[in-house]
Design a protein around this ligand. Sequence first.
Ligand SMILES: C[S@@+](CC[C@H](N)C(=O)[O-])C[C@H]1O[C@@H](n2cnc3c(N)ncnc32)[C@H](O)[C@@H]1O
Length: 285
Amino acid sequence: MGLSPDEIRARIAAVDGWWHSIELAPGIVTPGGKSADVLRDELAALRLDDLALAGKSVIDIGAWDGFYSFEAERRGAARVLALDHFVWCLDFAEAGRQREARTAAGLAPPDYDDIPSAWRPDLLPGKRGFDTAREILGSRVESRVGDLMEIDPAELGTFDVALYLGVLYHVKNPLEALRRLARITREVAVIETQAVVLDGFESFALCEFYETDECNGDPTNWWAPNEKALVGMCRAAGFREAKLVVAKPKEKLPRQRKIQHRLTGEPLRQARPPVPYRAIVHARK
Ligand SMILES: C[S@@+](CC[C@H](N)C(=O)[O-])C[C@H]1O[C@@H](n2cnc3c(N)ncnc32)[C@H](O)[C@@H]1O
């Protein structure tokens, strides 16, 4: 669009908060909460090379500033749709103020949906980053404001590849989310999610539940499945197979202590705390 580097920098600075670090011109990168290094590592971990995106239709659910949508386009996808609603509608500054007020009053952090003054679907304050990046990149990525949990999947249509990155643990009903994901996926869904190792319980399909903001201080995080639950939920939702491409944390699990029953002397296992990590699944139809 013929903007000078200074004009591009000014357009970037005019956006109130970036989540993704996106190179919009040589050497000019948006100041995302997720650094360029983190995104490079995340991207490599997704193993998109295995999916050959060229010529395919792709939906990026929970696209935010669109780093992965633009990456799919860069890899030659024929059509890319960026879908989001939550952060696009949210006025983060107002949500932060309301949250601080609740915390100061000794109350649990609010569910952001319950802060009417921070919910601005009329202005879409959180979509300015996506729109700015799209325009400067000269991108053809389409966007749609919508909640996967409410849109009629038949109306959304189907896509060869669905990216579902960093979203599953934000939904209150993850099995229904995966069922909807399966409905709109033709070939493969890439699911990146908060997960847990529950040492000693690997043969059970279990999820850890977060009542408020125990997971990363974010009250919108609800669930973290273990590996068996994640794979099982994908299959129950309508995917033929679910393959973990990143499994289990690299760091060592905390050491388990041997303890004895105080009265009988019987050896007991003291449960290790859940170990959080980020799992990535390629779920195929
Ligand atoms: C942690 S961010 C991940 C952003 C991006 N996918 C990434 O991996 O960097 C979660 C995103 O999912 C979006 N989101 C959460 N629930 C959603 C839903 N039901 N439908 C569409 N988007 C949703 C949020 O608005 C937010 O943009």
